[in-house]
Ligand binder design. Sequence first.
Ligand code: NAP
Length: 334
Amino acid sequence: IPHSVAKEPGGCCKCRNSELKRMARRNVLITGCSSGIGLALAVKMAKDEQKRFKVYATMRNLAKKQPLEEAAGHRLGKTLEIKQLDVCDEQSIKTCVNSIPDRRIDVLVSNAGMGLIGPIECQTIEEMKTVMDTNFFGLVRLLKEILPDMKRRKSGHIVIISSVMGIQGILFNDVYAASKFAVEGFCESLAIQALKFKLQLSLIEPGPVVTEFERKVFEDGMKMDLSAADEETAEMFTNIYLKNYKQIFQSLGQSAEDVAEIILAENPPFRHQTNTLYTPMTTLKYADPNGDLPIDIFYKMVFQHDKIFSASLNFIKLLRWRSRKSFDLGKPSQ
Ligand SMILES: NC(=O)c1ccc[n+]([C@@H]2O[C@H](COP(=O)([O-])OP(=O)(O)OC[C@H]3O[C@@H](n4cnc5c(N)ncnc54)[C@H](OP(=O)(O)O)[C@@H]3O)[C@@H](O)[C@H]2O)c1
């Protein structure tokens, strides 16, 4: 049907094609897009060359939207819209979902999260509850609002940014790991029901990612009042954990863009670890059903072979730096 002459319902071929394209475009809602993985993923999806997605990039505090606006560039208002959503506030989730045409969310990316490190003696129950409320109940609140619509339509993909700490606990990350374990157990149960409604669930499990998260957690750790902890614990936290913290991120850390690229490129299976450098650590868990092996190895790595551990991290850092350098050298100069 020529564009200029078509009068019948449904319009001309061009209009119909663009309408079909618009209908085929998948609505994506991402939480926690003020920085890090959420921001990178929102921008990557909005800039998709095939224009497969309409991204609703949400954040709890719209005063922080400038970096996302700048990164989205001319896609802002076209394939990307910014909306307010606080995962700890049911009403804000409802208002956001109601503002989306037909409340249709094809892909939900539950990304908003926060960390907490340190000896539990020095953390208040309120601080711990905030972590659980954000990382675990935040996901539950989102699903209570969005899952019924997905079930009714018998279509939808729920992507959850979990962590390798949802598989394996790490020294001084007790409450954060607990929140991600809660997420993993919740999703593992829900995935069986979801299958009945043809819904897909994917747990993304990054290792260290260099984002605001790393900075905030480190700064909070440095400022922590350690007076409630015994001397040995305080010393362990300061001189072992915090001392190695930055080195671990520098050696093993991925960028938020890398993680976003992986999520978008690989239609993720139920569990998907993004960082192959970290996989040998999590594999320990599956190698021993009794659970002693990873605890024993981590103990030895931290307390007995700390110099070898530190040297290995430096070696990995050097290898990564060299491979990046040769990659850069191969690039045509600007
Ligand atoms: N970075 C890592 O090493 C790492 C590793 C594994 C998994 N993860 C997970 O990856 C996810 C994203 O973290 P990131 O590394 O990208 O850190 P990030 O840069 O700190 O981003 C976290 C985002 O969550 C938002 N957020 C926090 N509480 C919220 C709430 N109540 N409602 C809505 N948004 C809220 C933050 O908003 P504000 O700016 O307002 O605080 C921010 O936009 C988290 O779930 C984290 O647990 C991170």
